[in-house]
Design a protein around this ligand. Structure first.
Ligand SMILES: [Ca+2]
Ligand SMILES: [Ca+2]
Ligand SMILES: [Ca+2]
Length: 271
């Protein structure tokens, strides 16, 4: 029996897994061009006509890569969202309404960090502005001009100057709101789990006269890995073998039945 080993770093190809609570991994260019967001799921929506004199929040999408949280916000009507009333973000970084600042007293979030437009600041229980943040300024486009949508990049490495990570874990709750008005416009909150890094892998085509074994390194314990095979890649993929749950180290995936054929394999990661 000949064994073929394909060693791959990290993870992988994502297919399906729409019930996943994990976030949406992508790289967003903050350039005012919104094609980056076409495939990103809608995280929250808000009705039209409740923005009072401020921005009328419409739709929220979230995404991330290993460097930034990306935020897409659209407005029901064109407005300068950064000229006052402003757009704010509230980050409940421990998903705990019992800690942090309660926006508008609504009990929706307990916010540890806020952004007024691009400017980040710390929040705490009873204190709207409780300290400064370094490395957390948001890049926003378009900025300080009339628009119906904006995209943000917020660095995940942001730090409270008083100490501690602004994003201490991979899960948080986010609320979008505007300066206080008669209607206290809000959108969300949304609980979001940062997506693990997804790397493109090179698939290898092999001629089989025995079994194939695929080695997957640096696996994640929350992820189930399985092998898929195709004789016509891009047209159809079939499950191959049983798969394995990640263990933080290396797992092996097998195809013991397709001797003497030419196939392309890929590894699917689901969580
Ligand atoms: Ca863009
Ligand atoms: Ca609205
Ligand atoms: Ca909190």
């Amino acid at each position: 029996m000949r064994m073929v080993w394909i060693s791959m770093a990290a993870v992988l190809v994502i297919a399906g897994a729409r019930e996943s609570r994990a976030g949406y991994y992508t790289n967003v260019a903050i350039d005012g061009v919104f094609a980056d967001w076409d495939a990103a799921p809608v995280a929250a929506t808000d009705i039209a006509g409740d923005g009072d004199v401020g921005p009328d929040l419409a739709e929220l999408r979230l995404a991330n890569d290993e460097t930034n949280l990306y935020v897409y916000i659209s407005y029901h009507a064109s407005i300068n969202p950064n000229a006052g009333p402003s757009v704010f973000l509230a980050l409940d970084n421990d998903v705990n309404t019992g800690t942090g600042f309660d926006i508008f007293g609504l009990g929706l979030v307990g916010s540890e960090a806020g952004w007024q437009n691009d400017f980040p600041f710390q929040q705490s229980a009873g204190n709207f502005s409780a300290g400064t943040i370094s490395g957390g300024a948001a890049a926003i486009s378009p900025y300080n001009t009339a628009t119906t949508n904006q995209e943000y990049a917020i660095p995940l490495a942001a730090m409270f100057d008083a100490g501690g990570d602004v994003f201490p874990s991979n899960q948080f709750r986010l609320l979008v709101y505007t300066d206080p008005t008669a209607t206290n416009e809000t959108m969300g909150p949304v609980t979001y789990t940062l997506s693990p890094k997804i790397e493109a892998i090179a698939f290898e085509e092999v001629q089989l006269d025995g079994a194939v074994q695929v080695e997957v390194n640096d696996t994640l314990s929350a992820v189930r890995y399985s092998l898929e095979e195709s004789a016509t890649p891009g047209e159809s993929w079939d499950a191959s073998g049983g798969g394995a749950r990640g263990n933080g180290g290396t797992v092996f995936l097998y195809d013991a039945t397709d001797a003497g054929t030419t196939q392309v394999y890929r590894v699917k990661a689901e969580w």
